[in-house]
Each structure stands twice: as C-alpha cells, then as structure tokens.
Design a protein around this ligand. Structure first.
Ligand code: BJW
Ligand code: ZN
Length: 247
C-alpha cells in the first residue's frame, strides 16, 4: 500500500527522539482476534460493557468464564501479523521507544517486544478474588474454577470500574507526556483512561498519528490520519523511517 505523508509527518519521523505506540484491539484484528465494538465485536449478542465487569462475573461467572475461555482458544491458535512485527522493530529506530497496549493477547510479546506496558492485564494469568494469588492454568477440572484457598479464580484483566495496574498507567502517562511522536493504533478511543494518552501527548507538544480503518473519538486531536489496516500500514511506515534515517 502507499501512504501519502504530509511534510509535517516526515519532519516528525525524522526529528523524533522519543516515540510511543499505543495499541488497541484493531492491531490484532488481522490476526483473527475479534475487536470489542461494532457488530462484529458482539459475542452472543453481549456488549463488552455487559461482560467485562465484576458485577457480571458475580451474577454469572459461568458466562464470563465462557467468554474468556472462548477468547483464550482463539488467542492460543493465532499468530502476530505484519503490524505486530513492524512495531517490534521500532525500538531499534529511535533513541527511546515505548509500546503501550490495551490488549491482553500477548501478540506484541510473541512478535518480539519484551518490555511494554499492558494496561488491561493479560489473558494468560488468573488471580484469586480472595487471596490475590496468581495462577497460570488454562484448563480447569471444575467450572467456574477455584483457587487452592477455596476462593474464586478470575482472569487477571481489568474490568470496567476497576483500577488499572498503578505502575502501568503511571508509566503510560509519563512516557506519553514526554514523547515527541505518538501513534494511536486500532483503538476506538472510547475506553478511559487509555483514551486520554494521545490527548496527553498532544497537550505536551507531541505529533499524534492515528492508524485506523475508520474515524474514532480520537481523530479530532490527531495531526495525521492513516486510514488503513495496521498490518498493512506499519510495515510501510517502518520502511519509510529506515529510509529517512538511512538504515
Ligand atoms: C482497526 C483494524 C485494523 C479494526 N487496523 N484498526 C472517564 C470518562 C468516562 C468514563 C470513564 C472515565 N474514566 C473511567 C470511566 C469508566 C470506564 C470507561 O472508560 N467507560 C467507557 C465505556 C466510557 N473505564 C474504566 O472503568 C476503567 N477503569 C478506571 O477508569 O478506573 C478508575 C475508576 C474506577 C472506578 C470508578 C471510576 C474510575 C477500566 C477500563 C477497563 C476496560 N476493560 C476492557 C476489557 C479488558 C479485558 C478483556 O480484554 O476482556 O478492555 S473493555 C475492552 O475495551 C478492552 C479493551 O482493551 C478496551 C478498548 O477497546 P479497543 O481496543 O479500543 O477496541 P474497540 O473494539 O473499541 O476498537 C477497535 C478499533 O480498531 C476500531 O476503531 C476499529 O475501527 C479499529 N480497527 N480493525 C487498524 N486491521
Ligand atoms: Zn486464593
């Protein structure tokens, strides 16, 4: 695919010392992970907002576990796409690089990134509602599963109304405020506080680029819009950065 770059975007790519990429479900869509919103994001006619809460888990743990086991099955079978791999090359292209993801699917890690911020947890971990102990089992003899202490196990992900891991959200805001260039990729920009990272970067003077197949809640604050699939756009963007830097 071809990307038409504005002069300002080229300047930002050349001059950027500190770069942040902030990803959402759309970055994994081409790997076969369903996104959350829109018609295709519905699972058995439930919206994410109806399943991703502690209240839903309390009211119907079987249903919420069924949703996570369904997604674990999908995530266990799929692979990173060219977008994940291109993003994984970016730490080598800038003095400072940070990836922040809302995704729980591990695909950035499998693509080769080791150090990044997971804002909404990780689907490979469970934790006990009572004693807080972590557990990494994927198949369970009894359903809904229980901890050794007898407490209920839940996926170690962040549901609506819950605090994000304090270290993760602090680091995400610190690096977003300090960067020169931020890419917001494959997120609808609806869910807070993740949706406040691109505006925070913008307020502190960063050039903000949106990579998404459609307009989002964040479109209006972005300086550049790439209306394309991230798996198609990022290999081209990374190639361009290498060209500009003579790498
Ligand atoms: C492509 C593509 C391709 C497709 N290429 N693009 C301030 C104002 C208003 C509300 C709040 C606020 N502060 C807090 C709230 C409440 C709430 C919230 O934001 N609600 C909104 C619905 C309004 N936030 C919270 O409760 C958060 N906690 C919190 O703030 O704690 C403090 C607090 C506590 C108590 C009271 C008050 C404050 C926690 C949010 C947790 C979200 N959890 C989930 C589930 C995680 C686990 C799991 O995965 O199951 O996180 S919900 C779900 O949404 C998941 C995602 O990470 C998150 C974001 O979704 P995302 O990634 O944007 O996906 P989509 O589907 O929405 O968009 C996909 C995009 O990709 C689209 O734009 C497509 O076009 C695009 N696309 N293919 C590029 N190939
Ligand atoms: Zn326990």
């Amino acid at each position: 695919m071809d990307i038409v770059y504005s002069d300002k975007f080229i300047e930002a790519l050349k001059a950027a010392k500190s770069v942040v990429v902030s990803t959402g479900a759309g970055v994994s869509a081409e790997s076969g992970v369903p996104t959350f919103r829109g018609e295709e994001g519905l699972w058995k006619k439930f919206r994410a907002e109806e399943l991703a809460t502690f209240e839903a888990f309390n009211a119907n743990p079987e249903l919420v576990w069924e949703w996570y086991q369904f997604r674990r099955d999908i995530i266990g079978k799929i692979k990173p796409n060219p977008g994940h791999y291109a993003i994984a090359e970016m730490p080598g292209l800038f003095d400072e690089f940070h990836l922040i993801t809302q995704n729980i699917d591990n695909l950035h890690r499998i693509a080769g990134l080791e150090d990044f911020v997971e804002l909404h947890g990780n689907i490979n971990r469970n934790k006990c509602v009572d004693c807080g102990e972590m557990n990494y089992e994927k198949e369970f003899a009894d359903f809904p599963p229980k901890c050794k202490c007898g407490g209920r196990l839940r996926p170690d992900v962040v549901w609506f109304g819950e605090m994000l891991p304090p270290g993760a959200i602090e680091k995400a805001f610190t690096v977003s405020r300090a960067c020169d260039l931020l890419f917001t990729v494959g997120t609808s920009g609806i869910v807070q506080p993740a949706a406040s990272l691109p505006p925070a970067a913008k307020q502190h003077g960063a050039f903000v680029v949106e990579v998404n197949i459609e307009a989002t809640e964040l479109t209006f604050i972005c300086d550049e819009h790439i209306r394309a699939k991230s798996g198609e756009a990022f290999p081209v963007i990374v190639k361009k950065i290498k060209e500009l830097k003579g790498i």
